[in-house]
Ligand binder design. Structure first.
Ligand code: SF4
Ligand code: SF4
Length: 115
């Protein structure tokens, strides 16, 4: 049953509004660190389905010379395209984010020093 807005708890109204705003911000800026889509060239037929509206919600895929190309900067790593390509030509590349890589490198150096 819908609550009459005149009697709604103001805290709930504020909470809902804050949640809506954070979803909007997340939709605009969030990116899965270290994850991006890759095109398996041997499978891609250039059918163009992936550049149609609603496939990649961030418009990160284009067709070039008859094959799909993923824009590295534009891809948010959401994985949506990997489920939708009819030829299973889109896959994910997972790379550790820069900060993690640097930490692992430093750790490796430290361990090597003590061996
Ligand atoms: S990646 Fe998939 S959907 Fe996009 S052009 Fe290639 S085969 Fe078609
Ligand atoms: S992983 Fe998401 S953002 Fe990246 S190309 Fe695929 S659908 Fe677009």
């Amino acid at each position: 049953m819908a609550i009459d807005p005149r009697y709604e708890n103001p805290v709930s109204v504020l909470g809902r509004s804050a949640l809506r705003r954070s979803w909007n911000i997340a939709g605009k800026y969030v990116k899965v660190p270290g994850v991006r889509a890759l095109v398996r060239q041997e499978r891609c037929t250039g059918c163009g389905a992936c550049v149609r509206k609603g496939f990649c919600r961030f418009g990160a895929i284009r067709i070039e010379e008859g094959r799909a190309v993923v824009d590295e900067q534009g891809c948010r790593g959401c994985t949506r395209c990997t489920h939708l390509c009819p030829k299973d030509a889109l896959t994910l590349e997972v790379r550790a984010p820069g900060a993690v890589r640097d930490t692992l490198r430093a750790l490796d150096k430290e361990i090597s020093r003590h061996l």
